[in-house]
Design a protein. Structure first.
Length: 455
C-alpha cells in the first residue's frame, strides 16, 4: 500500500509557507456561483456521474425553481444549472444538500471524479466500490479541501476510456489489482485493488505539497522538475513502476443497447442476424449536452422503472443501467429491428430528441455555451453547430466561441474556434494542431469545411 508521504520528504514536496494559490480558485460550485451573461451558474459535482432517480429529481427541481429549467452536462460528467437568479442565495445549496448532493461544504468543488460509465455493464469490472471509498476519503481529508475545482481523479475499469482524459490521478483496474497513474506519465505503479482509493488520495495530497510554491492547479501545470520529483516520491512509496502509456483517445460509449458480457464486450450490439441477448443498459447522447426538463424527466422515469440509476458520461451522454431483460436484435442501427423493453425505451428517448444510435447526425458534435450565455464568446456557436450538422463524421467536432475552448474533448477532434477574423478549423491530435481552413461570414462554406475536415 502507498504509505503517507512523510513531512521530511525531499524538496520540493515538503516546501512550507503560504500558497500563491490563496488568491482563490474561481471554478464554480454550488456554494460559489459564477456570474454569466445569462445569470448565475452553479456546477454540481456528481462523482462518477452516478445519480439515483431521487437525486436527479432534486437537480431538476433546483433548475426549475431557481434557474432556466434546463440541465447542462459537462465534460466531467457533472451538471451545470444556468440562469440562476442573483437573489437565490443559499436556496439551491439547501435543496441539493437535503438530497445528499452536497455531503461536505468544504470539499464540494474537490469532488471531481470521473469513472468508466460502462463499468460492470459491458464485461469490464465495476468501479463502484472505488468510487464510494474515494469520495468518502476526499470528503474526510482536511488537506483535500484545498484541491482546486480543476483537479481531477479518474477511475478506469480497464476500458481505457477515462484513462484517456488526462486526469491528475488515475486508477486503472488490472486483473485482481490496479495501476496508479500520476498526470500523463507513461510509468504507472502497481497496487492491490483494495489500496487504490487511499493511494489516489495520498497522491493528491502529495501534489498539494508540491504545488505550494508553483501556483499550479493541476499536475500538468507543475514545473517539469517539480512534477518529476512528485512522481518519483509517489513511486518510492507505491511500489514497482510499469510502462503503460495513456490511451491516445477515449473509447466513448456508442449510443444504443449495452448487452450482457457473454454476448458482447462493446457498448452497442453488432448482430447481423436475429439473436436474443440480455440488455444490461441503454446509452444515449445528448445534443450539445443540453437537457430540457421533459427530457430529464423521461430519463429519470426510465431509470426508476429499471435500475433506479443514471450515469452521466464525460462525453455528455447518459447511461441507464438495467437489467432490461431479453431483447431480440437484428441489426445495429439504434433500436430499429430490436424488440423488448430496452428497445421500446430507446424509441421513446429518440422521439424526445436524444441520440439513440451511432447514425445520428448529432453524434460527436459538441460546443461551449457560446453567446449570449458567455460574455467572452464571439458568436452563438451552438446555433452555428446546429446549422452545420450533416452526415456523421469520422472525427468528433467541437465549436468554441473563443480561444479558451471551454469543455473541449480529448484525443483527436476537429476544433472550430471563432476569432475576430472568422472561424478557424483545425485537426487536433493530442498536443498537435494541424490548421485546415479559415472561413469568414459564410455559413454554407463553414458547414462544408467542417464536414470535409471531419471526414
Amino acid at each position: 500500500m502507498l504509505a503517507a508521504m512523510p513531512d521530511s520528504a525531499p524538496s520540493p514536496l515538503s516546501v512550507g509557507g503560504p500558497s500563491p494559490r490563496d488568491g482563490g480558485d474561481a471554478c464554480p460550485g454550488t456554494l460559489r456561483l459564477h456570474r454569466a451573461d445569462d445569470g448565475a451558474l452553479a456546477r454540481v459535482r456528481v462523482p462518477g456521474g452516478v445519480l439515483s432517480a431521487d437525486r436527479a429529481d432534486a437537480l431538476l427541481a433546483v433548475a426549475g425553481r431557481f434557474g432556466d429549467g434546463e440541465l447542462h452536462l459537462t465534460s466531467r460528467g457533472n451538471v451545470q444549472l444556468r440562469g440562476l437568479d442573483a437573489e437565490c442565495g443559499g436556496g439551491p445549496a439547501e435543496l441539493l444538500g437535503a438530497a445528499g448532493l452536497l455531503p461536505s461544504a468544504a470539499h464540494e468543488r474537490a469532488r471531481n471524479i470521473v469513472a468508466s460509465p460502462l463499468a460492470g455493464l459491458d464485461g469490464s469490472p465495476s468501479v463502484g466500490g472505488w468510487l464510494s471509498e474515494l469520495d468518502g476519503l476526499v470528503c474526510g481529508s482536511a488537506d483535500a479541501a484545498a484541491l482546486s475545482g480543476r483537479f481531477l481523479f479518474a477511475l478506469d475499469s480497464g476500458r481505457g476510456d477515462v484513462d484517456a482524459l488526462g486526469a491528475d490521478v488515475t486508477l486503472i483496474a488490472e486483473g485482481d489489482g490496479c495501476l496508479l497513474r500520476v498526470g500523463a506519465a507513461d510509468e504507472v505503479f502497481r497496487l492491490r485493488a483494495a489500496d487504490g482509493p487511499r493511494a489516489a488520495l495520498l497522491a493528491a495530497e502529495a501534489f498539494l505539497r508540491a504545488a505550494r510554491d508553483s501556483g499550479a492547479w493541476r499536475v500538468k501545470d507543475l514545473p517539469d522538475d517539480v512534477r518529476a520529483a512528485l512522481v518519483r516520491a509517489i513511486g518510492a512509496a507505491a511500489g514497482p513502476a510499469v510502462h503503460h502509456p495513456r490511451p491516445a483517445a477515449p473509447k466513448v460509449p456508442v449510443p444504443g443497447l449495452v448487452t450482457a458480457p457473454d454476448h458482447s464486450t462493446t457498448a452497442t450490439v453488432t448482430a447481423t442476424a436475429p439473436v436474443t441477448v440480455t440488455v444490461t443498459a441503454i446509452t444515449v447522447g445528448v445534443p450539445l449536452g443540453r437537457l430540457a426538463p421533459a427530457q430529464w424527466r423521461l430519463l429519470t422515469e426510465t431509470a426508476r422503472r429499471y435500475g433506479n440509476e443514471l450515469r452521466l458520461t464525460p462525453w455528455r451522454g447518459v447511461i441507464v443501467p438495467g437489467p432490461f431483460g431479453p431483447s431480440e436484435l437484428s441489426d445495429h442501427s439504434g433500436s430499429s429491428g430490436h424488440s423488448g423493453p430496452a428497445s421500446e425505451a430507446l424509441d421513446t428517448l429518440a422521439a424526445a430528441g436524444l441520440i439513440t444510435g451511432p447514425d445520428s447526425p448529432w453524434t460527436g458534435v459538441g460546443a461551449c455555451i457560446g453567446h449570449p450565455g458567455c460574455a467572452k464568446s464571439l458568436s452563438d456557436v451552438r446555433a452555428e453547430a446546429g446549422a452545420a450538422v450533416g452526415p456523421v463524421g469520422r472525427l468528433p467536432v467541437y465549436w468554441s466561441g473563443c480561444e479558451r475552448r471551454c469543455g473541449h474533448p480529448h484525443g483527436e477532434w476537429i476544433d472550430v474556434v471563432v476569432t475576430p477574423d472568422g472561424h478557424r478549423i483545425s485537426h487536433v491530435r493530442g498536443e498537435h494542431r494541424d490548421p485546415r481552413a479559415a472561413v469568414r461570414d459564410n455559413p454554407a462554406e463553414l458547414a462544408a469545411a467542417v464536414a470535409a475536415a471531419r471526414a
